[in-house]
Design a protein. Structure first.
Length: 168
C-alpha cells in the first residue's frame, strides 16, 4: 500500500460482492498476498488483476465482502497494492479481516456516486472520500481510534509484535 491520501483510480463494483467473487476459491491454494492478488476479481472483471495499480482503490456497493470468513479475500486485495476499499456497507467479517490485515476500509453511503475510473483519495482521519474527478467529497464513517491504529500499524499481527516488543 502507498498512501490513501494520494489519488488513485477507482475500480467500481456493485452490491453483494462476495468473497468468492473477490478471490475465486480455485486460487485458495496459497496465502501469499501477491499470488492471490494476481487472481483478484478474476472471474468478475478479468482485466482487474493486470490493470490494477499500486495506489488504486476498490469501491463497492452494499454488503461488500459477504460470504466466507476466510482472510483470503482482503489478503488478495492487499496483494494487488490497492490503498483501500470504500463501500456503502460491508459484510462484518470482511470488514474486520481487512482491518486485521492493515487494509483501510471506509463505509461511505455515497460510494454509489463514484464512477469507474474516477480519481479518488481517502482522508482516514476525517472520514472523507475525495473524488478528484468530480471535485466532490463524501462523508464516510471514520474508524474508531484503536481500529485506525491497527490499520496504521499494518494490521493486527504487526501491531501485536510491536506491542510485545515494547515499541508501542
Amino acid at each position: 500500500m502507498n498512501d490513501p491520501a494520494q489519488p488513485g483510480t477507482a475500480w467500481v463494483f456493485g452490491d453483494d460482492i462476495d468473497t468468492d467473487q473477490i478471490i475465486p476459491s480455485r486460487f485458495l491454494v496459497s496465502s501469499d498476498p501477491a499470488e492471490l492478488g494476481e487472481h483478484a476479481f478474476n472471474d468478475l472483471r478479468p482485466e482487474f488483476p493486470s490493470g490494477v495499480e499500486d495506489g488504486d482503490f476498490v469501491v463497492g456497493g452494499h454488503n461488500f465482502g459477504s460470504g466466507s470468513s476466510r482472510e483470503h479475500a482482503p489478503l488478495s486485495l492487499v496483494g494487488t497494492g490497492v490503498d483501500g476499499v470504500v463501500a456503502q456497507s460491508f459484510a462484518r467479517i470482511f470488514f474486520r479481516n481487512a482491518i486485521n490485515l492493515g487494509l483501510p476500509v471506509l463505509i461511505c453511503p455515497e460510494a454509489g456516486q463514484i464512477a469507474d475510473g474516477d480519481e479518488i483519495s481517502l482522508d482516514l482521519d476525517a472520514g472523507t472520500v475525495i473524488n478528484h474527478s468530480t471535485n466532490e467529497s463524501y462523508d464516510a464513517e471514520s474508524l474508531p481510534e484503536f481500529l485506525q491504529t491497527l490499520v496504521d500499524e499494518g494490521g493486527l499481527k504487526s501491531y501485536t509484535k510491536r506491542k510485545i516488543s515494547g515499541e508501542l
